[in-house]
Design a protein around this ligand. Structure first.
Ligand SMILES: [Fe+2]
Ligand SMILES: [Fe+2]
Length: 170
């Protein structure tokens, strides 16, 4: 089903997350021009950078806006939302723990983490987002979309400090 415009930015994030997840699962580049590394330590570093730039703000937006709306409008999906919140907690902890892992540990943990990321995104896309856009009144979806856009602008501005203070060209 076509994704409602309010949820499209999160669906784009999901696409990026699936690409990273495939790299973690396969342990090698998944497309001809991909620069995904084959070294597991380098993959862990890439995942940590992706978490900081994309995944953490994405999780935060879902936890602040999407999950509460789902809990309010979709009482029959309460168990799913609970499981998705637990996924976030577990995935965060797993990613933060990677820096201390041996290469042998990484070879086991990165594919498992990729599989969990993939399953998490599929649940959100195929079940939660579908149910939400079917159940939510249009005004609720519009309000959600506008809140998510504002939050994204704020996150991007916050991630690029000093831009306004950059020296002017001679
Ligand atoms: Fe999520
Ligand atoms: Fe998500």
């Amino acid at each position: 089903m076509k994704r409602h415009p309010s949820l499209i930015p999160l669906s784009h994030d999901h696409h990026d997350t699936l690409v990273v997840a495939q790299g973690l699962i396969r342990g090698r580049p998944t497309a001809p021009r991909s620069d995904w590394p084959t070294d597991r330590r380098a993959q862990a570093d890439r995942l940590a950078a992706f978490y900081e730039s994309s995944l953490q703000p994405h999780f935060a937006a879902e936890e602040a806006e999407v999950f509460p709306l789902a809990e309010r409008l979709l009482p029959d999906h309460a168990e799913l939302v609970k499981a998705l919140r637990k996924d976030h907690d577990d995935i965060r902890a797993e990613i933060l723990a990677l820096a201390a892992c041996s290469d042998a540990d990484l070879a086991v943990r990165l594919p498992a983490l990729g599989a969990r990321l993939e399953a998490h995104v599929r649940s959100e896309e195929r079940v939660l987002f579908e149910a939400l856009q079917n159940a939510a009144p249009p005004a609720e979806l519009d309000r959600l979309g506008s809140t998510l856009r504002q939050e994204r602008r704020r996150t991007v501005a916050c991630a690029t400090p000093g831009r306004a203070a950059a020296p002017s060209k001679p």
